[in-house]
Write a protein that binds this ligand. Structure first.
Ligand SMILES: [Fe+2]
Length: 390
């Protein structure tokens, strides 16, 4: 029999977010379809081609879109992938407890215990860097670039600092920090030694109605934290949406996968949010690595880490709940990106997500446009909390 999640006397601190512990107002989620006979069609799912999933909305080749924007691809700094997040916390002990419960493990800790590097089981040296400081601070996501020449190229971007050698971090390498027009740091790394990947979880066999390969094999699970594989994406809310979009799509090989729009006063559709992927040509990449949404205030929205599958995610949700942390929204299924999602507040008031089963895209995936509304967020899951959109 599976053991129940062990409860501890642990009480998370009420961090500096005003959204801790407040009842969540409900909003509307995705709609069912009429069957034309006074009822509703049964729910359905399909894994369909990107072109079909996007449907008959404005459907544009991403390289054509770049041309129209006057983007010179040869001037872009070539990113390979996103590798880790960087944060400052005033209470590292509390965050250490949280990140273990979130499914990461420490790969290195500085002697004075003021800097900690956290691993997943993928092939990144670390997926999360935390340093101790007087206040909560977002130190940006970090992207691996193709070569040292790309790092040097990036020093010409307005807001760029100096290339610095990482003498203490696992795997070393050189890091460059650039501040975007909204003031958010973005970090680029090159020369980090590759890390051996960890142990991968088992693939669970699923039985369908007439296809039941799992004969005399019983599914059994062990409760506990949902082990993190890798960093998937992160994003911001910004007051200067167009300027930010311009900055990221011109300076880096980041391409919009999907836009969300709203009609403006004149009835014209205005883009208010974007999900961007790293352009690796034919090679498949995650549906989004960086996202941005127009908002009355500029702030970080969340960072998201990949876990194995649906069961892992639910077991992880149960574990975080049993430790007394505050759930934001989840478990549910996104529409754009298709991920199964689960959002939590960490112990300093940053939003952090577990995701599984996200979409992959490449250069042939057309850009999609969708109306921005609650129905664009999830096809199933709990009601969307108001502050998810704040
Ligand atoms: Fe996310």
């Amino acid at each position: 029999m599976a053991e129940t999640a062990q409860k501890t006397s642990w009480t998370p601190p009420q961090g500096n977010s005003s959204q801790f512990g407040v009842d969540r107002p409900a909003t509307q989620t995705a709609k069912a379809q009429d069957d034309g006979d006074g009822g509703f069609r049964p729910n359905a799912g399909a894994s369909m081609l990107d072109m079909e999933a996007i449907g008959d909305r404005k459907n544009e080749n991403s390289y054509e879109w770049q041309k129209k924007q006057g983007i010179d691809r040869s001037k872009q700094v070539q990113i390979v992938k996103v590798s880790h997040m960087r944060y400052q916390h005033n209470d590292l002990d509390t965050m250490t407890k949280f990140l273990k419960d979130f499914g990461m493990h420490i790969v290195k800790e500085s002697e004075d215990k003021e800097r900690i590097w956290w691993r997943g089981y993928g092939n990144d040296q670390y997926v999360y860097y935390a340093q101790k400081g007087p206040e909560r601070k977002f130190l940006g996501g970090c992207f691996e670039v193709e070569s040292h020449a790309e790092l040097e190229k990036a020093t010409k971007i307005p807001g760029a600092g100096k290339i610095e050698e990482m003498t203490e971090a696992p795997g070393g390498g050189h890091l460059l920090t650039i501040h975007d027009p909204a003031g958010f740091p973005i970090n680029l790394i090159y020369g980090q030694e590759p890390a051996p990947r960890g142990d991968y979880p088992n693939k669970i066999i699923h039985n369908y109605e007439v296809e039941k390969p799992r004969v005399r094999k019983f599914n059994r699970f062990t409760p506990g934290p949902a082990a993190v594989h890798k960093l998937g994406h992160y994003g911001y809310c910004v007051t200067n949406f167009e300027e930010e979009l311009d900055f990221y799509t011109k300076n880096f090989n980041l391409i919009p996968t999907d836009f969300l729009y709203v009609p403006d006063e004149s009835g014209q559709n205005k883009d208010v949010a974007v999900f961007m992927h790293v352009d690796r040509g034919e090679d498949p990449t995650d549906h989004h690595t960086l996202f941005m949404a127009h908002n009355p205030t500029t702030h970080v929205h969340h960072a998201s880490f990949e876990v194995h599958d649906f069961d892992t995610q639910n077991l992880g949700h149960q574990w975080l709940g049993a430790q007394g942390y505050t759930s934001v929204w989840g478990v549910g299924r996104h529409i754009l990106g298709s991920q199964i999602f689960d959002y939590w507040w960490d112990t300093t008031g940053n939003m952090i997500e577990h995701y599984a089963d996200g979409d992959l895209v490449n250069k042939d995936t057309p850009i999609g446009w969708m109306h921005a509304g609650d129905e664009s967020l999830a096809v199933w899951g709990p009601e969307v909390p108001k502050w998810f959109l704040d």
